[in-house]
Design a protein around this ligand. Structure first.
Ligand code: 13P
Length: 292
């Protein structure tokens, strides 16, 4: 059943759990995530990141995501992840996506605020939810495609300058009317090259100021303990991709190594091995997010 992000996150916030938001740049990932959610009877978010346009375009994957969402036995939101332009957000809205993220977090605060406000006006007019980002989320040098550049907490002298400021977050949410906010507190898009040091108390400090659900980006590769604290502190949506993608890669590698006849490798078997591994990985994550 296709639903809006707002509906999903309102329930998650009220009942203190998080909904997994999985990037699905191929049919295998769409199927793996929806089957995992159905088997656990969990709501889920399918998302297409603008940065994955090189792998698959929204015109190609969007209708597939929407079709799986409509036919699913569980509530599914179809979301644009890290929309970088007005045009991309409008395209997703016109296609029937039920939420869009407009990410102008690398721009000046006022520009981010004003541009986000404009997207909110358009999206809300047609019942589409909006996520925005304030503060900075790091990007790993390995597999961090959704972010920009590559950096970590060690590249900054004062993390207060890069993590989301609670007062500014309040002004931003009040001014824009966004439905949920992606916040920076130390997570990293892509592979964690070191054990992350998350500023989990910051989530609580932001929650004391504003009453919208928060989004964790760079959500795969985080420990079970940190997921649980983050959810208790106010995270309601967890963006998850890299470690599911990596699980598929590992399964394919193992499948290939096991084949006695290396001259007769069939792609459909590779596709099935990857789907099964992504499903198992997504299921393990969802099980934690549902019952923190
Ligand atoms: P990961 O790279 O940790 O899977 O995060 C994905 C993400 O945040 C997409 O926006």
């Amino acid at each position: 059943m296709l639903v809006t992000l707002k509906e999903l996150l309102t329930d998650a916030k009220k009942n203190q759990y998080a909904v997994g938001a999985f990037n699905v740049p191929n049919l295998e990932a769409v199927r793996a995530v929806v089957e995992a959610a159905e088997e656990l009877n969990s709501p889920v978010i399918l998302q297409h990141a603008e940065v994955h346009e090189g792998l698959v375009s929204i015109e190609e994957i969007g209708p597939i995501m929407l079709d799986f969402a409509r036919k699913a036995k569980v509530p599914v939101a179809v979301h644009l992840d890290h929309g970088a332009s007005y045009e991309m957000c409008v395209k997703a809205i016109r296609m029937g996506f039920t939420s869009v993220m407009y990410d102008a977090s690398s721009k000046e605060y006022e520009v981010n605020r004003d541009e986000t406000k404009e997207i909110v006006k358009i999206a809300h007019a047609v019942g589409v939810s909006v996520e925005a980002e304030l503060g900075h989320i790091f990007t790993s040098a390995v597999g961090g495609g959704e972010g920009r550049g590559s950096d970590s907490s060690e590249d900054y002298e004062d993390l207060d300058d890069v993590y989301t400021d609670p007062d500014l977050a309040k002004s931003f949410v009040d001014a824009t009317g966004v439905d949920c906010l992606a916040i920076g507190f130390g997570t990293v898009h892509g592979v964690y090259l070191k054990e992350p040091k998350l500023d989990l108390d910051r989530i609580t400090l932001i929650k004391e100021k504003i009453d919208v659900p928060f989004v964790m980006h760079g959500g795969s590769g985080v420990s079970e303990e940190n997921y649980k604290i983050a959810i208790k502190n106010g995270i309601c949506k967890i963006n998850y991709y890299t470690y599911m993608n990596k699980a598929a890669g590992k399964a394919v590698k193992e499948y290939l190594a096991e084949q006695a006849d290396q001259d007769s490798i069939f792609f459909d078997e590779i596709s099935l091995a990857a789907t099964a591994a992504m499903k198992e990985n997504a299921k393990a994550a969802m099980a934690i997010f549902m019952n923190p």
